[in-house]
Design a protein around this ligand. Sequence first.
Ligand code: NAD
Ligand code: DAU
Length: 355
Amino acid sequence: MTILVTGGAGFIGGNFVLDWCGVTDEPVVNLDKLTYAGNLETLAPLREHPGHTFVHGDIGDRNRVEQLLTRYTPRAVLNFAAESHVDRSIHGPGDFIQTNIVGTYNLLETVRSYWHGLSSANRKEFRFLQISTDEVYGSLSPSDPAFTETNRYEPNSPYSASKAASDHLVRAWHHTYGIPVLTTNCSNNYGPYHFPEKLIPLMIVNALAGKTLPVYGDGMQVRDWLYVKDHCRAIRRVLEAGEPGETYNIGGWSEKTNLEIVHTLCALLDALRPKPDGCSYKRQIIFVADRPGHDRRYAINARKMEHALGWKPMETFETGIRKTVQWYLSNPEWVQNVQSGAYRAWVTKQYGDAG
Ligand code: NAD
Ligand code: DAU
């Protein structure tokens, strides 16, 4: 038995593959295009691992994916591959449409033809798992209940609209063609190997470099945070016991404003890596122009995962964020490695002089 993971050199996919190889002997084939967000350094611990095969390629390349399916005959395809950063989707939606929508469509079509060729027993056991986001549900007011699996899709950014579109394709390929699909909608992840364009790693990396900590708007937007390894465990559980055609919300029961997040990071860094001048990292916080169309609040109701599949997060935000800060302090080479010329160009484009 083998699984095929796409986007396994990115943040969540990379953590998933590392965890997978730690808990099972089942081989994993890892297909990744290695965009700016894909990093083989993340997979360095697997260089000698016999169960991990890395393949450089695009989910939209039907020939390439067909060859992989024929050669490795996976029992499941887990689709992590995506363009994932909201701010980038605002500057240039094209790549998001191409990978998240057209790429997923091509992947589904290739999988459909492979699936048809399987024996009826293997067709029944096969799974296509779509890794999606809570952002497809849109924005909540402070008093709204958290998103459940029956909330309407109301995406507001080019990124979330492209993810919503791909989720709809996955759903349709189940209802029309019978492919056994599973979809997970997860809240904001944080943890090791997180690319420093996203809030938490950006703030840690900027703080340590003595740079400003740019908070969008009033900093009172709310996100629900989940430690990435809890997400990986949830995905393994959905793959193992999820019902084909069902969707599962995954979250950390941990709503925080962005300002709370930044203050927590500064306090942890003050304790773990005090500044030589004795000042707090909080002094580096600045408020910058808000993100256009910025969603105010996301919150996930993860009861279905708990009741149907017995999954609950193991980390609290306090334990997870401490581990995360410690990881960044212990892995400066990883950070240096991802801060390529392309990364610096992005920082200048997004933050201008504040970067
Ligand atoms: P990421 O940007 O860190 O990684 C994406 C990976 O996909 C990269 O390795 C990249 O090289 C690869 N990729 C991009 N286009 C590709 C293509 N056409 N073919 C093959 N590989 C391609 O993203 P992430 O944060 O790890 O997110 C992974 C998935 O989880 C995404 O689908 C995202 O929508 C979803 N998600 C993310 C979060 C979060 O908080 N980061 C939360 C919920 C859901
Ligand atoms: O909710 C799940 C989603 O979480 C995933 O689907 C996305 O792939 C992932 O990128 C993430 O989206 P967000 O937009 O919520 O994450 P980001 O880290 O970009 O921003 C988190 C919050 O912090 C958001 O309200 C914007 C704010 N922010 C972000 C950056 C980069 C700032 O205030 N300043 C910043 O510099």
